[in-house]
Ligand binder design. Sequence first.
Ligand code: FA5
Length: 326
Amino acid sequence: MDAIAEIEAAPSEAALHEVKVKYLGKKGLITQQLKELSLLPPDERRTAGARINALKQQLEAAIEARKAALERTALERQLATEGLDVTLPGYQFPVGGLHLLTQVINRVTEVFKSMGYEVVMGPELETDDYNFKLLNFPDEHPARDTQDTFFMTDGRLLRTHTSPMQVRYMQTHRPPFKVVVPGKVFRNEAVDATHEAMFHQLEALVVGERVTMADLKGAIEEMAKALFGTAARTRLLPTYFPFVEPGAEFSVWWQNPKSGKEGWLELGGCGMVHPNVFKAVGYEGVTGFAFGFGLERLALIPYGIPDIRYFYNGDLRVLRQFRGAL
Ligand code: FA5
């Protein structure tokens, strides 16, 4: 059998090694021939040497090729027996998610950002001045009773609404501007299915020259359409808040696409900024509107959540249902 055929037929790496030793080892046939070159006359030596060297290289290349082939077959055999079984069940890694309320807050602030509003935050611990007095709630005014809260011994209180940020923002900025303030608010409430002692509001304030009630209605309408679809409708009913004049409560008409249930969803209060509030911050020659509403309300009804307390009792069976809801 010639050497190349012998190499190509070697059934294993060990057999291939033996063939290699037989030809190229210290006492191998090729090595032997190279040693015997010196016995030849000089003119034959050169051609014989070239021939033997070429043969040697040929054999070396064949050995390398055979080695690679043997390795490949071994790997294939190993994969066939030890390969991954992709039908086995994988490991489940728990994945967290944003709380439904966080998702709602993010979504609503995105809507306002897209309408050119700036988003700012304010302190939850407030003074009586910011929460009431500068918003035109005089001392002893009965409107204060609608928003009872928790007081610190130094007279500060947990804010009952996000409206104090109207005053704080106006004191530090010049009009025109459009701003929204999301955040936590607190009230001394008898807690029930629709009232919590801690909840969230979003306040909007727009001030400039010739800002009108039509702009207010337009802003609420745009928000409703962005949140509930282009068929959404809004309604304003006159009501009283000391810091706006005229004042209104606003609702959106809302329809659940799944259950078909529909109705007016009362969201919050709104109105034109009261002249006394502008006076308190030293603004002249401008008008403005403000509105504020409960973010839990906004999430409760559309998602069919029957009780506001589900937002805060940490029951994962409830919260998991709203992972990535928006
Ligand atoms: C206010 O808080 C005014 N600051 C709103 C406002 C802003 C009027 C700007 C005019 C201009 P009211 O007390 O009605 O208003 O509360 C607004 C909304 O907060 C309510 O419509 C409701 O959606 C939500 N809300 C009020 N109390 C609770 C509560 N205890 N639990 C959950 N949500 C509440």
